[in-house]
Design a protein around this ligand. Structure first.
Ligand code: SAM
Length: 313
């Protein structure tokens, strides 16, 4: 049983020194070291938060962030029919992670390509496709950075899920991403972006599933993804993340801070426009249309923004 770790940040962290102090002061984390657990890499020594280390473990991400990709793809298809000016066959996925969508898309007749900054995610995706007997002509993954990844052969549509776009934090990088994606998909093609906007009240950031568990043969994972504070001035959403893995008698902990763009609806729309995309529609997690006069904030949960490429020639 995993029972010796609990949420470690009780208050906002203001700078990296303070972060380290809080982490090293944490009695549960220290207890873990004393119990001679295997603590992953640097964390055993100095417990410094290290952004995105979690993504070096695609297998655990895959199990912990599993989602109903079939329903998502059915929804994407509906969007293609409603909003795309072109027929969709070739689909591109920035920040594809462990390739959940890349496996499912060929079943719907699409040719897919995903890219991710993390080579471990890309290798895991490729292996997943190999195991499913999907050829790299049908679906594949490559290493790439959302900031400026451009494909010469254009795609018909693209999508990015679970707030991955938030890893681009400043306006310049986000506009650069939209421009690069606009170069990579055909004019009139759509780009579906799933993000969560800033809540009017941070207390409304989803709390009930901050900590969750995965248990299966010989594996237990406890995960905490806690949004405890906003840096509104710099448009940063701070996430305190912890993963405790116990597998085949080995146990290790990853603790890190993730800093993501704090999305504000009007700003997101302007950034997309500056990169050559026009907002066509917004949908919620039930795939219901969100009427244009709605106040769009994080209180609505993660939303799908359907953008159309209006600039590409
Ligand atoms: C929350 S995971 C999402 C994975 C996948 N989109 C999904 O729906 O499960 C975020 C992913 O973004 C990737 N990522 C972070 N920054 C990136 C960047 N600048 N360019 C490309 N991928 C990036 C990470 O490596 C990680 O795989």
């Amino acid at each position: 049983m995993i029972n010796n770790i609990e949420s470690i940040h009780q208050k906002p962290l203001t700078n990296s020194n303070e972060k380290n102090l809080i982490l090293t002061q944490n009695k549960n984390a220290n207890a873990a070291i004393e119990e001679n657990l295997t603590i992953s890499e640097n964390y055993a020594v100095d417990m410094k938060p290290k952004t995105q280390h979690f993504y070096d473990f695609p297998k655990y991400y895959d199990k912990a962030f599993t989602r109903d990709v079939i329903s998502d793809i059915n929804f994407f298809q509906k969007c293609f029919q409603l909003y795309s000016d072109i027929a969709v066959k070739r689909v591109m996925e920035p920040a594809c992670g462990p390739g959940m969508f890349l496996e499912a898309l060929p079943k719907f007749g699409y040719i897919a390509l995903g890219y991710d900054l993390n080579p471990a995610m890309v290798e895991y995706s490729k292996e997943r496709l190999r195991k499913c007997g999907i050829s790299n002509m049908e679906s594949d993954a490559v290493v790439g950075n959302m900031k400026d990844m451009i494909f010469e052969t254009k795609y018909d549509a693209a999508f990015v899920c679970i707030n991955s776009l938030g890893y681009l934090r400043n306006d310049e990088d986000i506009i650069s991403h939209f421009k690069a994606t606009g170069e990579s998909i055909k004019k009139g093609g759509i780009y579906i972006v799933e993000i969560s906007c800033k809540c009017d009240d941070i207390k409304n950031e989803k709390k009930y599933d901050d900590t969750w568990y995965v248990k299966e043969n010989g594996l237990e994972i406890e995960l905490t993804w806690a949004i405890n504070w906003y840096d509104i001035e710099n448009r940063i959403r701070h996430v305190d993340f912890q993963m405790v893995v116990e597998e085949n008698g080995q146990k290790f902990v990853v603790q890190e801070a993730h800093e993501l763009r704090l999305w504000i609806y009007d700003e997101f729309k302007k950034l997309a426009q500056a990169g050559g995309f026009e907002l066509m529609a917004v949908y919620n997690q039930s795939y219901d249309f969100v009427p244009p006069n709605t106040s769009i904030t994080g209180e609505l949960g993660a939303l799908f923004f359907v953008l159309k490429n209006v600039k590409n020639s």
